[in-house]
Design a protein around this ligand. Structure first.
Ligand code: FES
Length: 160
């Protein structure tokens, strides 16, 4: 079904491709720009990009699937990215994850809802693990209490 919303994302995707002269070697930049604007990459957008760049849909889907940061579905309004690389593992990031999952009744890498948790590998804050990225701010030595504060400070999200 065509709605005004997915027509707009289609038009925007065409515009971005055109600004990049429809160059296939600029696929990553194009996808990134579209995702920043739209929040995710819909199937319709990916079809538009593949047509505009004269790439197969499999090639475009392959790139989107390969890079963890490209999203094919609408994301939660508040995404907490938690580092699961070695240094953070060493300071028991798994306990932090279990605490947050349990407190908010959410699952890691499960998307949706007002708040979601996403795995990320190394934020360059290894000496201060567990490290978390939230709304482009980096946090170190994060505890459940710190996560509760982050979420409570976000307008429109009520602390549970
Ligand atoms: S290992 Fe977690 S920030 Fe580097």
């Amino acid at each position: 079904m065509t709605t005004l919303l997915n027509t707009i994302d289609h038009v925007f995707a065409k515009k971005v491709c055109s600004e990049h002269q429809n160059k296939p070697d600029e696929l990553l930049e194009i996808l990134h720009e579209i995702q920043v604007q739209e929040g995710f990459l819909s199937d319709r957008v990916l079809r538009t990009v593949s047509k505009s760049l004269n790439l197969s849909r499999a090639e475009v889907h392959g790139v989107v699937s390969f890079y963890h940061d490209f999203k094919k579905e609408k994301q939660a309004e508040n995404v907490i990215k938690i580092c699961r690389a070695e240094a953070c593992q060493a300071v028991d990031v798994d306990k932090l994850i279990a605490d947050v999952e349990s407190y908010y009744d959410i699952k890691m890498d499960n998307g949706g809802g007002k708040v979601s948790l996403e795995t990320i590998f190394c934020l360059g804050n290894c000496a201060l693990g567990p490290a978390v990225l939230y709304k482009n701010d980096l946090y170190g030595r994060v505890t459940l209490k710190a996560v509760q504060k982050m979420i409570a400070s976000t307008k429109g999200v009520k602390e549970q």
